[in-house]
Write a protein that binds this ligand. Structure first.
Ligand code: PLP
Length: 383
């Protein structure tokens, strides 16, 4: 009621993925569940308790506002880490709330130390180093000053982590770059070690690195997309598949997205469907209008290319996706009715639609589509 579509989250798929990933990283490595972007669109309030129930006790977010939301969901014993933006004004709040955070610039470190002195409470910092991604992180040239400052202020922080992020471990085309990053990370790590600054955890791997570069699995991994059952890229899937030819369904999609048919109508040959002229009916057609458009997270890029499932059959999007509606061709479904279930992502009878199968237009489509799922679509946990 009051919603044009809903999302189902599979507990068993989520448990399967966490089990698989934990097995892959081994018992000595901590699993940090990356739940930025509303848990990649899955819904923070559902994913955090489920993750904890299945043994996860560390979460990673991008910003202070995401950390603020997560604090309300997680139990006190679970760690929480901000990997991105924490404004200087928010550092005090983070320290007071025991939130760990990435430090990637001198100003942030100084501010954290000054506040921890005032509060008489140690800041829990992860030093991010620049190994070649060129986003955030201390440059190697800055090491002497950083080390000096860290040594002088030892008692005001906990050196929770030394970390970096790879520039596209999901694609073989970045192989050399990633390998160089790994080398550079070790160079940084040795530098800290020489100066007796030992982080509690070294962590560098996201999903793709965890799945394909075993040497990047250190004391902790920061896994996002894979825990939700998505491969970061087809290459990553192929790599794991070749390593485990006997196993299938190593990762299972957690999310399903469903709606219902809003209107059915017939269109005469020669008529255009929807806005503009992007789809011309070349014979008499039966079409179904769905109450889901780009305002609901169904990208306009699926105009004339997307697919949904109705009555166990795959049917194509015709015309352009509008803000609130999408039209599909149901000419081959004789008994189709208004109110019929429509699966946008997920399984119906023998068929299923994966997120990536919408189209191959963008390697990052999984991430994009998920992150754009509005938080007001109701989510339900199912078996
Ligand atoms: C620093 C950092 N670590 C880990 C991740 C998780 O990445 P993935 O979803 O590919 O596992 C991200 C996501 O972009 C990230 O920015």
């Amino acid at each position: 009621m009051f919603h044009t579509s809903h999302i189902e989250l599979s507990r068993s798929a989520y448990r399967n993925n966490l089990k698989y990933l934990q097995k892959l990283i081994g018992n000595d490595t901590k699993f940090s569940s990356v739940i930025k972007g509303n848990a990649y669109g899955h819904g923070l309030e559902h994913i955090v308790p489920m993750a904890e129930e299945f043994g996860v006790n560390h979460f990673s977010v991008f910003s202070a506002s995401e950390a603020f939301d997560t604090l309300k969901m997680k139990s006190d014993s679970s760690g929480l880490m901000i990997m991105g933006l924490l404004d200087y004004e928010e550092i005090e709040w983070a320290i007071k709330n025991d939130i760990e955070f990435f430090v990637y610039e001198p100003g942030k470190l100084e501010k954290a130390i000054n506040i921890s002195k005032l509060l008489k409470k140690k800041a829990r910092i992860h030093i991010e180093v620049e190994t070649g991604f060129h986003r955030t992180g201390f440059e190697y040239e800055y090491m002497p000053r950083l080390i000096d400052y860290m040594k002088k202020n030892r008692e005001h922080y906990v050196f929770e982590g030394l970390c970096t992020h790879y520039a596209g471990a999901e694609s073989i085309s970045n192989y050399v770059r990633v390998k160089n990053q790994i080398k550079k990370f070790h160079k940084f790590s040795r530098y800290f070690q020489r100066h007796d600054l030992i982080p509690l955890k070294k962590h560098t791997a996201s999903s793709a690195a965890t799945l394909t570069y075993s040497q990047t699995i250190m004391d902790m991994v920061r896994v996002g997309i894979a825990q939700y059952g998505f491969w970061p890229s087809p290459e990553t899937h192929m790599y794991r598949f070749r390593k485990n030819p006997g196993e299938s369904n190593l990762l299972r999609r957690v999310i399903s997205w469903k709606t219902k048919i809003m209107v059915i109508k017939e269109v005469e040959p020669g008529e255009f469907i929807g806005y503009g002229t992007s789809f011309l009916a070349n014979k008499k057609m039966k079409i179904a209008v769905l109450p889901v458009g780009y305002a609901n997270g169904f990208s306009r890029a699926f105009s004339n290319t997307g697919r949904v499932l109705i009555r166990g059959r795959r049917v194509p999007v015709v015309g352009t996706v509008t803000m609130n509606t999408t039209t599909v061709n149901v000419s081959d479904l004789p008994n189709v009715e208004k109110g019929d279930e429509v699966v946008i992502i997920g399984k119906q009878r023998k068929l299923s639609i994966s997120v990536s199968s919408f189209c191959q237009m963008s390697e990052q489509l999984n991430y994009q589509l998920l992150a754009r799922l509005p938080s007001n679509i109701p989510r339900y946990v199912v078996k």
